[in-house]
Design a protein around this ligand. Structure first.
Ligand code: NAD
Length: 509
């Protein structure tokens, strides 16, 4: 199938698109819940009607099989549309405020969910659809207008989005800009109400600086360097299978791929043996991974890492520049200063480092917070110790990547892996302003007369008199006792409620 490549947008076209979206947002059209639901459904039909074309585009860009594109891009976007349609009414509804049930019934204050306005979504290339459509789904659900800017490194997917989005979605509110650095720079000169960026930390800094000029809030979904820590109590075969899988999926070009592995010295030999076994099994008689490296420049970058590592190659090590397909490569005998561990690898190279779990988490802490961590262990104390001593965007224990697809879970980085969240309600919140609205009835005016000058009252008004509900001189140990006594009291109340409920049931039924 031939998919036409697109022309990049000119600065004037970008400016015109932005102006027309500003006008649409000001008209209030996109705030209508019916519009939001209609657009989400239209997006669904765009994916359903053109599934084969999208698969073909991703095959052209990354030589991906259909099933892989289904796992990585397609299913996630469609699942998200259904989830957002199911929850949009609830998320967008006003929330009554009040610190007790009774206070809420007075309806004095509420939160209105205001869409932020015209937003910009900039995507990376490794998930051509998901990284622009998932934030777009959240922006539509929140009632925003949006411009999406897919990566220029996936030309076929970019061209298809440029052709299909205006055909299915409301062109007055949603647009696609095609282009690279120059076009993104033109976009960043304009004033948006939110910028949602997925990509590298280097470009994240450029986006942040441009946003700061307009005081525009940003969400930065940045890169990985995600470690896997294999403890001696782990199921070693399962750990090796999961690590190998993460280097095969999209050829390891995923922000959530295992970047490097720490293995306890006592299980090191078994782990490397099982890792090679799973690599051979997944290769199924071939020497390279089917999915291609995105372009020759990234292929050269990865080849140069393999050439310059101080470690030794256990398996793999080469590939075919013409087809951009690489051998899965395992490197051992390297230290933390090795070239392979300097930046995110983003490819099918797997450095394996001998280290117990304490040295592993110490080394992890020194590198800044990764986007994800993978802990393989059957010992709960070990798992908790690693969690207590590190931070990361998310964690999956005894598997890889799964936490990112868990329904209702927030997704986002921390520190060097980014900030802000999306997926489900968290995406809706990223594009929403929580606006407090307070109604003041006349009885409140009477209750608040003390606030007016001249401030001559000699007695402190009742509503300003606050009493501590804790004793003077409490120690840190008292806080621990108080907490455990609260837990005990809670348990007693729960038991009492359960017992009386059961008695009531048997006596009166
Ligand atoms: P990138 O930062 O090079 O490009 C991302 C986007 O920024 C592209 O659309 C590109 O056109 C634009 N861009 C590039 N240079 C620019 C510049 N100088 N000025 C303005 N815009 C510019 O990232 P990439 O190579 O497309 O993607 C790989 C990176 O993305 C990896 O670091 C990966 O970890 C990260 N990533 C993160 C997540 C996440 O959810 N946290 C998901 C996928 C990828």
């Amino acid at each position: 199938m031939f998919i036409a490549k697109v022309q990049y947008d000119t600065a004037e076209e970008i400016q015109d698109l932005h102006s027309s979206l500003v006008t649409t947002f000001q008209s209030g059209k996109t705030k209508d819940l019916a519009w939001r639901k209609w657009q989400l459904k239209q997006l669904w039909w765009m994916l359903e009607d053109n599934e084969q074309e999208f698969m073909a585009a991703m095959k052209e860009d990354l030589n991906r099989s259909n099933i892989e594109s289904m796992i990585t891009d397609f299913a996630g976007a469609r699942k998200d549309i259904l989830y957002h349609l199911e929850h949009v009414d609830k998320w967008a509804a006003d929330e009554r405020l009040g610190d007790t049930f009774l206070a809420k019934q007075l309806r004095l204050a509420r939160i209105r969910k205001e869409p932020l306005g015209v937003v910009l979504i900039i995507g990376a290339w490794n998930f051509p659809l998901l990284l622009v459509l998932q934030p777009l789904i959240a922006a539509i659900t929140a009632g925003c207008c949006a411009i999406i800017k897919p990566s220029e490194l996936i030309p076929s997917s970019q061209a298809l989005l440029k052709r299909l989005i205006p055909k299915y979605l409301d062109q007055s509110a949603i647009g696609v800009v095609c282009g690279g650095v120059a076009e993104t720079t033109s976009l960043l000169e304009l004033q948006f109400n939110h910028i949602f960026f997925t990509g590298s930390a280097t470009v994240g800094r450029i986006v942040s600086a441009a946003a700061a000029k307009h005081l525009t809030p940003v969400t930065l979904e940045l890169g990985g360097q995600c470690p896997a820590i294999i403890c001696k109590s782990a199921d070693i075969d399962r750990a090796a299978k999961c690590v190998a899988f993460s280097k095969f999926l999209n050829a390891g070009q995923i922000c959530l791929s295992v970047n490097h592995v720490f293995v306890d010295p006592s299980v090191y030999d078994k782990f490397t043996e099982r890792l090679q076994y799973w690599i051979q099994t997944f290769l199924n008689g071939q020497s390279t991974i089917d999915t291609a490296i995105v372009n020759q420049s990234h292929f050269h970058r990865l080849s140069s890492l393999i050439r310059n590592t101080g470690g030794s190659i256990l398996c793999g090590g080469s590939g075919d520049l013409e087809t951009r397909r690489m051998e899965p490569t395992v490197v051992f005998g390297l230290d933390m200063n090795d070239v392979l561990l300097k930046d995110e690898i983003f490819g099918p190279i797997c450095p394996v480092i001998k280290a117990d779990f304490r040295s592993a988490y110490t080394a992890t802490k020194q590198k800044g917070h990764p986007l994800a961590m993978y802990i393989f262990s059957k010992d709960r104390r070990e798992i908790h110790e690693i969690l207590d001593n590190t931070n990361s965007g998310g964690v999956t224990v005894n598997d890889v990547i799964l936490h990112a697809g868990f329904s209702g879970a927030p997704f986002g980085g921390v520190g060097s892996s980014g900030f802000g969240y999306y997926h489900g309600r968290y995406g809706f919140n990223s594009f929403t302003h929580l606006r407090t609205v307070m109604n003041s009835p006349s009885w409140l005016e009477r209750a608040l007369t003390f606030r007016y000058p001249p401030f001559t009252a000699t007695k402190t008004p009742k509503s300003l008199k606050l009493k501590a509900n804790f004793k003077r001189g409490e120690s840190i140990q008292d806080q621990r006792r108080t907490l455990s006594s609260i837990t005990r009291k809670g348990l007693h109340v729960a038991i009492a409620v359960a017992v009386s409920g059961t008695l009531y049931y048997y006596l009166y039924n």
